[in-house]
Design a protein around this ligand. Structure first.
Ligand code: 13P
Ligand code: 13P
Ligand code: MG
Ligand code: MG
Length: 372
């Protein structure tokens, strides 16, 4: 029987600006997931936060895009908004719930979703990544390193299954189109697209050997749905590991040289993606509402359930002091980029700003522009 891993996330309000959710929000979400476990909707469920976003991580046997699972997540995010975030006047309560027209899927309504359905192998390790203060294109560079760069992933050279390559599905978020590209044969075409992460986003990856799904990401861009800036689209990603997939250590090593991503303050800047532990005190944004950060949660998927280091508690894969090296580099880059103030490339380019505040500034100046 197949197992589905669903990761659904939303920012429905936070304490001290865009800092972190209130504990009561997380407690309520945990109660609802444990009830859903008792009634058999899900097999297991785990609630975590990254920055100001709440993550619901669930396993079940209902397949991808299940109205039951999406409905559960939708009702939890709405209840947390109405019962906790709004009464406590938390910041941006209900931020990512852009519509109240739920009709079987949360896609297009604001929350981010990454899902993978697969037949469990003899042993099935997975990593779930979640980032705050950035956008789905943030996964482009690490996914390229993990599944297409032999300089990062030794297995692409050494393991006969990995050696056959991977297919990348890339979405064009501006035109609502997608294309499948086969690695390594079409590597240069892939790079031509995904080097523009605000527009081209890797959506799914599967291996050439047998078509087994390897990775899935969330691809929502709130501003493209809402037509204005409403917060960044803080993305999530699932990656399967080991035995014919990249090893956990290969997957994590893709985050070692700092990755500069779009997002950060007001969703309008470029900043380094800092790998952090999800333990109290690490998983919060402070410097200029950042820098953007990523957590990595490791589980075994066993008989349809999440098995972590203690019950459903996942391995905290960026807790290793090794990552202090990358964190320090990220801090240096963050301070350096800030020294440029509101100049590109520290501030996003015009085409990205189009979806934020630039149109209203241009509108207010339109009568003052004179022909040269
Ligand atoms: P596997 O093929 O078992 O994933 O071996 C690779 C490995 O364990 C390196 O971490
Ligand atoms: P979030 O997208 O995490 O809510 O952040 C919004 C923002 O404007 C930060 O400065
Ligand atoms: Mg927020
Ligand atoms: Mg956020």
């Amino acid at each position: 029987m197949k197992t589905t891993l669903s990761v659904i996330k939303a920012d429905v309000g936070s304490v001290a600006g865009h800092y972190k959710p209130h504990e009561e929000m997380l407690r309520l979400a945990r109660r609802r997931l444990s009830e859903a476990k008792e009634t058999g909707i899900i097999n297991s469920g785990y609630v975590q936060s990254v920055g100001d976003d709440i993550l619901l991580i669930m396993t079940h046997s209902k397949g991808e895009n299940s109205p039951d699972i999406h409905g559960l997540a939708w009702s939890i995010f709405n209840e947390v908004t109405e019962k906790v975030a709004k009464p406590l006047k938390l910041y941006a309560a209900g931020q990512d719930l852009l519509s109240n027209a739920f009709s079987g899927t949360v896609k297009g309504l604001g929350p981010g979703v990454a899902e993978l359905e697969f037949e469990e192998r003899k042993s099935d390790p997975v990593v779930v990544f979640a980032a705050d203060k950035t956008e789905p294109g943030a996964w482009n560079l690490p996914l390229y390193r993990i599944f297409a760069s032999p300089d990062n992933t030794a297995g692409l050279v050494i393991d006969p299954i990995l050696h056959k390559g991977f297919v990348f599905q890339v979405l064009d978020l501006h035109e609502n189109k997608m294309v499948d590209l086969k690695m390594p044969d079409e590597l240069y075409m892939l790079l031509a697209l995904i080097g523009t992460p605000g527009r081209y986003v890797i959506n799914r990856i599967w291996r050439v050997h047998d078509g087994e799904p390897a990775a899935a990401t969330s691809t929502t861009r709130l501003s493209l749905i809402a037509g204005k800036y409403v917060g960044k689209d803080d993305p999530v990603m699932i990656v399967r590991a080991q035995a014919g997939f990249p090893a956990i250590g290969e997957i994590l090593s893709a985050f070692t040289p700092p990755i500069i991503v779009n997002g950060w303050m007001r969703g309008s800047h470029r900043g380094p993606l800092m790998p952090v532990s999800f333990k109290e005190g690490h998983n919060v944004v402070s410097y200029f509402d950042g820098p953007p950060r990523v957590i990595a949660m490791g589980w075994q998927i066993s008989n349809g359930r999440l098995i972590g280091v203690d019950g459903e508690e996942p391995a905290d894969l960026f807790a290793d002091p090794f990552w202090d090296y990358t964190r320090m580099k990220c801090a240096e880059l963050a301070i350096y980029l800030r020294s440029m103030g509101e100049f590109e490339p520290a501030r996003l380019g015009e085409e990205e700003m189009e979806y934020t505040t630039l149109p209203s500034i241009l509108e207010s100046l339109k009568d003052r522009f004179k022909k040269i």
